[in-house]
Design a binder for this molecule. Sequence first.
Ligand SMILES: [Zn+2]
Length: 258
Amino acid sequence: MAATGTNEIYFQKATLRDTAVTVRPKPNPTPTPLLRLEVRDLSADGARSFLSLLNCDSVLQEAVDSVLSLLYTSKSKIPPTRSVTLVLRSMEGVAYTTGKEIDGDHKEIHFSTDYIAGCSEERRAEEMLGVLRHEMVHCWQWAANGTCPSGLIEGIADWVRLKSNMVPPHWKQEGGGDWDAGYQHTAYFLEYLETRFGQGTVVAINERLCDRDYVEKGFWIHCCGCEVQELWDDYGRSLTDAQKGSDTNVTSPMESTV
Ligand SMILES: [Zn+2]
């Protein structure tokens, strides 16, 4: 969830602690935020799982590095996030990210130990990493001065998770509905745009959300040359074509992105 303090409920998966993840070169200079871990109850099963299954000394830094490398280049303007505190605590939902009231450049990721404890043991480590990767995006992405559609915010967060090879088993590409329904629904659309218009398209979309309000008409024409509904319709047709291709044992480009 974006930096609103509102809980989000969704289900995710991630890679295991020793799984190699492709990371692009870091932006230069690389931000060096203070990274902190706060465990409200060490006896909680979810807290114990986090501490025992993940490399706690590096998991936050790896998430920062991955997010920055996927969303920014050496020429990018990066949000001035000064610290990220991961708070493991009992609460409803999965996780949310917020900024401290006194200074929004200090971010807090609240992650439910109840949710962690409810994950199956075989997927628990992957799920924790995936949720953390998604939430870490919210600490660093631009949001058009608060005018960006929440579906695009959440789509970019899940696109980073997608590009980090942390796709949960239930995710699937789907057309129809609204392009900005968010999460993986929008994430796969963004990956379609990245494939169609080239690597760096999502970087450009995120950077277009910096220091200016979101105006849908000009926004997508600037980034991709046409209106977002047209792009969304093209995406839906590409999925239909891919399905027809798979029905005849023809591999489509989009099938290789999952
Ligand atoms: Zn989110």
